[in-house]
Design a protein around this ligand. Structure first.
Ligand code: BGC
Length: 569
């Protein structure tokens, strides 16, 4: 294997002083701001209505100016897009709609020129039904060795008419689909996404080869999809309780989530990454019990794992503080740094989520439109405050495209444009995730607000012109400028240390009642963040001169409800 020249081109790499005064190079991912690009909806260079690699290339200067350290690109591989590209037909090629392999190589190299690392999304749990392996398995008779790369089995009952187990798909309905010859194949997601059999040596080797392919092209890291799902209980037991969810929370010895056998596989990936220079990394999407997560972060396994606790948290000072405290301690225990995520391509955008009445269950992608009492202004205020929370924290913060524009969820997409398999699989009871995947508005005008020249694959709601990057650039009160300023400040002030202290607001001039509604933390550098979750303004223990940025209101005045401020102390 030949290693390419170091991809550690980041102009943002830093050194940190250690206690004995020596300088240590800090791996870039420990404190990176990583911007998630849902490529299908980012920027369309050729007018076909779908985002593409060259569209992303054209926006690299925007991302550089935003100040991000890395981008994570959702799957861009050849795919029939039955699940937005998480159904990969060829792991070594780019989807036709998105461009060519040469475009992808150019993107990686240009991103590096801008000091931006590139994290590629890899999907080991399942392929597309159009992957050559599944095509071969499907067209081969029962018993043929090609079937062993997947979980293809006879069903139950005299004529095999019942599925092998009662497992359910995360997207709704049974997790097994019957082939014309009577056998069944497993798909924990859509039927177009057959699960691979990770007990098969060829599957293990193939995936190492795929990682090598992208490492050799300069990928700086991998986001590993459904990292907790690849190993199955090969005795295929029925489950006592079946739920269509991605988590193993309430189930001991779950037959397909978080099985111990996963770890020996991860170690082979890690060993491969370790042979490359440039701090190549892996971040796991692993929905597992909190006490099991550290297992994935042992020194010879993942570098990082997404922490979805803040994303799922209700708007409350106490809840936010507890999550932050625990996450920082848990990461320190395993020598990693915490990750912070407010949203991604699978969940309702936070600018809408935070405006829903407390207790609303937004997680199952509800089919009905916004509650009449959705409070748009409130959601947006809180989303801006939450941005200052996560951008100020130590560790790595993931920003989903459009978050920096304050984009809301597109609730009212017409049913006929819905594309997420969840819509069909749930018998139209869940609308799915399209509402957070609407193409980005770049310009104030034009048929798709600067996304591209054609009709966008999902329509942008009326009124999105004001959310466009063009409308917000240079406007001091805009969400875009808030992100730019906070990220720039983070770089100069906050990012150079990994220390965090949660402060007791009663020690900083607030009374007990006020303090219960306020989150306050200080970084080693002195950067202090204060957030008012309550309903009345609170005094900020800083002078106008030491105030750095606020998510709303006027510097030097009391901090409004649902607002955050940074100052130095
Ligand atoms: C991805 C989803 C995808 C699923 C199946 C997830 O966790 O984030 O978008 O539908 O994996 O690949």
């Amino acid at each position: 294997m030949t290693n390419p020249p170091s991809s550690a081109s980041g102009s943002h790499s830093e050194t940190a002083a250690t206690a004995d005064g020596s300088q240590n190079q800090v791996p870039w991912w420990r404190r990176a701001i990583t911007y998630q690009v849902y490529i299908r909806s980012f920027a369309d260079s050729n007018g076909d209505g779908t985002g593409d690699v060259n569209g992303l290339r054209s926006k690299l200067p925007y991302l550089r100016d935003l100040g991000v350290d890395a981008i994570w690109i959702n799957p861009w591989y050849a795919s029939p897009l039955a699940d937005g590209g998480y159904d990969v037909a060829d792991y070594r090629n780019i989807a036709e709609q998105y461009g060519t392999l040469a475009d992808a190589e150019a993107l990686i190299s240009e991103a590096h020129d801008h000091g931006i690392k590139v994290i590629v999304d890899v999907v080991p749990n399942h392929t597309s039904e159009q992957h050559a392996w599944f095509v071969e398995a499907k067209s081969s008779p029962p018993g043929h060795p090609s079937r062993n790369r997947y979980h293809i089995r006879p069903g139950q009952g005299a004529d095999s008419e019942q599925p092998p187990t009662n497992w359910t798909s995360v997207f709704g309905g049974p997790a097994w689909t019957r082939l014309p010859d009577g056998e069944w194949y497993l798909h924990l997601f859509a039927p177009e996404q057959p699960d691979m059999n990770w007990e098969h040596p060829e599957v293990r080797q193939e995936f190492l080869d795929v990682l090598t392919f992208w490492l050799d092209r300069g990928a700086d890291g991998f986001r590993v999809d459904v990292a907790h799902g690849i190993v199955k209980d090969m005795t295929f037991p029925d489950m006592a309780e079946t739920t269509e969810v991605l988590v193993s929370n309430t189930y001991d010895n779950h037959p397909h989530w978080d099985r111990d056998g996963i770890h020996e596989i991860i170690r082979t990936w890690r060993s491969l990454l370790n042979t490359y220079d440039g701090d190549r990394m892996m971040v796991a999407e692993a929905w597992v019990r909190p006490e099991r997560l550290p297992l994935y972060l042992r020194p010879d396994e993942y570098h990082q794992s997404f922490n979805f606790d803040l994303l799922e948290a209700e708007w409350s000072a106490g809840v936010f503080s507890t999550i932050i405290d625990k996450a920082v301690a848990a990461a320190a225990d395993v020598g990693s740094t915490p990750t912070w995520v407010l949203s991604n391509h699978d969940v309702m955008r936070e600018a809408t989520r935070y405006g829903l009445p407390a207790g609303t269950d937004w997680r199952r992608w509800p089919a009905t439109g916004p509650a009449e009492d959705l409070n748009v202004g409130l959601g947006q205020r809180r989303a801006r405050a939450a941005a200052l929370v996560v951008l100020g924290l130590p560790g790595s913060t993931y920003v989903y495209q459009g978050e920096e524009l304050g984009l809301p969820e597109a609730w009212d997409l017409p049913e006929e444009v819905l594309d997420d398999p969840v819509w069909e699989r749930s018998n139209h009871t869940q609308k799915g995730r399209d509402g957070c995947r609407v193409p980005i508005p770049w310009a104030k005008d034009g048929p798709s607000l600067g996304f591209g020249d054609g009709d966008p694959w999902l329509p942008q709601p009326a009124g999105w012109s004001g959310f466009s990057a063009e409308a917000q650039a240079g406007q001091p009160d805009s969400t875009l400028e808030l992100y730019r300023r906070a990220i720039a400040l983070r770089r100069t002030l906050g990012a150079a240390d990994e220390d965090l202290e949660l402060l007791d607001p009663t020690q900083h001039g607030l009374n007990e009642a006020e303090s219960a509604e306020v989150l306050m933390y200080r970084r080693g550098s002195g950067l202090t963040c204060m957030v008012n979750f309550g309903s009345a303004p609170v005094t900020v223990p800083a002078s106008t001169e030491t105030e750095l940025v606020r998510s709303g209101g006027i510097a030097g005045t009391p901090l409004d409800p649902d607002t955050a401020v940074w100052f130095t102390a």
